[in-house]
Design a protein. Sequence first.
Length: 374
Amino acid sequence: MKIFISSLIGGFEPFRAAARSAVTALKHEAVMAEDFPAQPNSPQIACLQGVRSADLVVLILGERYGSVQGTSNVSPTHEEFLEARDSRPVFVFVQEGITRDAQQTKFVTEVQGWQHGYFRGGFTTPEQLRDLVTGAIHEYQLAHATAPLDTGALKQSSIALLPREGRGNTIQSPVLYLAIAGGPLQNILRPAELEAPALASDLHQRALFTEPLLFDRSKGVESDIDGAALVLEQDGGSRIQLDEQGGILLRLPLEDRRPRGQHGFGGSFAIIEETVVRQLSAGIAYAAWLFERIDATQKLTHVALSARINASEHLGWRTQAEDDAQPNSGSMGFGGNEEKPPVTVSCPRAALRFDAMRLSEDLMVPLRRQRKSR
């Protein structure tokens, strides 16, 4: 890959050298302004062409913003970011323990608030930056590798983890089921490892105390072995199931907990779209951690995710804004007799960390279509 390294040059040479070292150590080509040969174009055009030629961009932000260019009204680094952000991945690294000038502070805030970027963390030394860049590029490669296995079979494995959809028109609190199967399919945990108290304790602690939380801290948690699976569950709330093949099944509540009138579903007549995305994101983040906990050597290289919503067939679908505008009324569905198939996606395992928001949206949109078509 060609990787463009974007940063202020003057006074930042050790950090740029560290980034170059990371890129070349992984056998990629570093594209850097100081390497450009003499050419008729301006340095501004040469750098933007360098960005366009690259597969991804490493953006390194320190204390100084740099000189503003008259044609763009931003610094060269800022212009390179604007050129790259809508067309290729951008890894962002921010220097810590320094005092930034006002323009750089504003620029850092803009970049960190950009939802589609890859913010990979802060650094203080060139050595820390080199390690961060190395890790980010390596994980990106894993996340975008071609799957060497039967993704259809992997999807079926994730679907098999799901319980059947509740039928009928009985009103119930809506829940999201998210199943994640890892492949190539194989046993990851021995029976004794699955039953080890330390494993249940780690799953419990992660779900209860690490954001995004899966468990409600006001409720107790029951832990047990159900068949060949470890289960942690809160009464009427979240449930975590893990089997010997590393298959994960999560039950995540979708009710709106805000008090609003006396009608059901926690004060809403609908499933709230943002709640679905939030719970999907939380579940995916938990699964990414759990795979690292049980399979640190990455025997499982790919995953398939399946999702299903179990709720009253009369329950509608709304965005949060729509629900806030009319909190005490709603459009109720008429229900249907056919069972909707689960929504599935497959991807390299590293995508659970790199592309969690995209995966959440890829699952949410078909779920929304199913609910609105009832």
